[in-house]
Design a binder for this molecule. Sequence first.
Ligand SMILES: Nc1ncnc2c1ncn2[C@@H]1O[C@H](COP(=O)(O)OP(=O)(O)O)[C@@H](O)[C@H]1O
Ligand SMILES: [Mg+2]
Length: 268
Amino acid sequence: MKYERELLLVKLGGSAITFKHKNRREAKKDCIRYAARQIQRAQKERSFSLIVVHGAGPFGHALVAEYGIRDGVRDSRQVEGLIRTHRSVQELCTIVCDIFNEEGLRCFPIQPSACVIQSDKEIESFFTEAIEGMLAVDPELIPVLYGDMVVDRSLGASVVSGDALVSYLARHLEASRVLMGTDVPGVFDGNPRDPASRLIDIINKSNLDRSLASVGVSEAIDVTSGMRGKLEQLVLLGKPTLIFDLNETDALFRALLGKKVRGTEIQL
Ligand SMILES: Nc1ncnc2c1ncn2[C@@H]1O[C@H](COP(=O)(O)OP(=O)(O)O)[C@@H](O)[C@H]1O
Ligand SMILES: [Mg+2]
């Protein structure tokens, strides 16, 4: 489907919008509001369409770990975990959409478990027409998706990460650019907390293998393998992608306008 306007994809990392490092099931409402305001400001300067995908933080990862449902859902307790995890991430999505709407944006939550089927933890089919149709209703309407539990042909049900949703959507829709907000300024060549580590400005074919080798998982509980899992999803994309710190002043605003932002550019 061709869109009336340029289509951008934005990921709001669970690490940025929740108290993930404290493993506390609470949204960082200020961060969500700040993101909404930057989107609003950017929409006034330039016309574009946007799809937002947010991560789960402890709203998802903690329950998936507690119920042992990372590798499938079979027994009765795991079914309880499936239901609780889904309800919990849906709750976070409601918080995000309420704040976005309070700030004057027009959000429409789309439940991934109702349009995605996986096979062995990989997206097999995704009814993206439900999302594209929303953009056709109004190009300023923002579909909001999130990391969720979905049906899995081989495992009963499994986790679909926000990163995997972004990667799939970027590959299958005519998105021009992908903006991945997280809690670090990008991909480092070592542990980001180590002062000797350097931010990798650009990942392209020449340093891809080296970059992947230097990337760790997450210090917080992240059942989708933190930065390494993110990078593995993003290298599949083939679309210009920026990984940046969502809490950095004006970073999202500038990125939406195509201006330079500190972060890691992926150009493959
Ligand atoms: N080389 C690295 N560069 C950047 N981040 C890294 C690296 N190695 C491990 N990480 C960890 O990855 C985390 C970001 O991934 P993740 O927790 O999954 O974020 P999100 O919730 O935004 O998906 C960072 O907070 C950091 O702890
Ligand atoms: Mg993650």
